[in-house]
Write a protein that binds this ligand. Sequence first.
Ligand code: IMP
Ligand code: MG
Length: 423
Amino acid sequence: MPNTILVGAQWGDEGKGKIIDFLTARADIVARSQGGNNAGHTVILGDQKYVLHLIPSGILRPGKVCVIGNGVVIDPVHLVGEIEGLRNRGIPVADNLVISDSAHLVLPYHRLIDEIREKAKGRRKIGTTKRGIGPCYGDKVERTGLRASDLRDPVVLSEKLKRKVAENNKILKAFGEAALSYAKIRADVLRAADVLRPFLANTSVYLHNAMRAKKKILFEGAQGTFLDIDHGTYPYVTSSNTTAGGACTGTGVPPNRIDTVIGVMKAYTTRVGEGPFPSESPELSDALHAMGREYGATTGRARRCGWFDAVATRYAAMVNGIDELAVTNLDGLDALAKIPVCVAYRAGDQTFDVPPSDLALLARCEPVCIEMPGWKTDTSKARSFADLPPRARAYLKKICSLTGARLAIASVGPARDQTIVVE
Ligand code: IMP
Ligand code: MG
């Protein structure tokens, strides 16, 4: 497997963590390029469940190196918690983790302002994870952020932090909120800095050296295509480029070194947070929640569920250049007699085969569906494509042909062995 980008083809939570874990067996390095601890990637190993937020899921595989690239935003205190959490469970985190010194830092004022802005928006809230992601990327683009390299020098770090806390306390005051304590933030960040310092490096150089040594890199996308700041359902998006291009800008690996793009999508659609969702189905949401499925890994929120949306995934295949598809959660549809699949959107007398950019128009779109027959069989024990009921195979083939990419992997449950490689 040469250099491969893995992206979410929907609104996040496509099951990327599990597919990454599976593909890591064939890679040498797993790199994150965007997002922060808003992500929640769940990996099940035997009877153990791991939820990773900032550290690539590759950390669970011995001998693999995980890279947190320059495009990621790092909450240093959270990252230390994640490192210690893994170590406490016997997962070594040492020279198998390299952190970009140009990644921006998420600090307590980012989290607080994220929360306050959401509250102030009322009904128009985005439904963020309240991890401070938007305000941190805001500072980055505004050119006032702190970066991981600042963790190297306590004096420089303290000076920059002092200015930022003072500035943010003015903003907090305008919102009628209490001021943050510079001393407390400084102490917490300095403590985290001591743990993180040995991991810091220029990860672009690291990755280029690795490529020269013929190492294979797997780029682990976080969130999904329709949460992309440019290509998603703005403003109901996250603040980074979740699409394939983000893997290059977020790591310093150029586009001509990328060999394959794999899109991960659920056999249906989910979304957590606010924003338009044309194929949303309360009936499917109820059915999946009743099975105990579709609760967020980061916030525990119940995800909104809907039918497979080929308008969305076709668009995702286009903007990401998806070569191959991994379809997850097929088993979630096992009990259904009939399965609608959204093939177009309709608003009034207009029909769309790509999602309209105008949010108000998108919000008015109704799904135009075809109906596929259900298989009404437990697929969770299938281990090969041939093991699947013919109707499940037909369904998979149909959603992939509507999306316009080759089916490479189907997943029928959270465990590593519940993964079907389609030849
Ligand atoms: P933020 O990234 O916390 O600013 O949240 C912005 C939007 O992206 C909200 O709708 C979140 O629910 C959504 N979001 C952020 N991260 C994830 C993720 O990892 N999975 C699914 N949705 C996410
Ligand atoms: Mg998730």
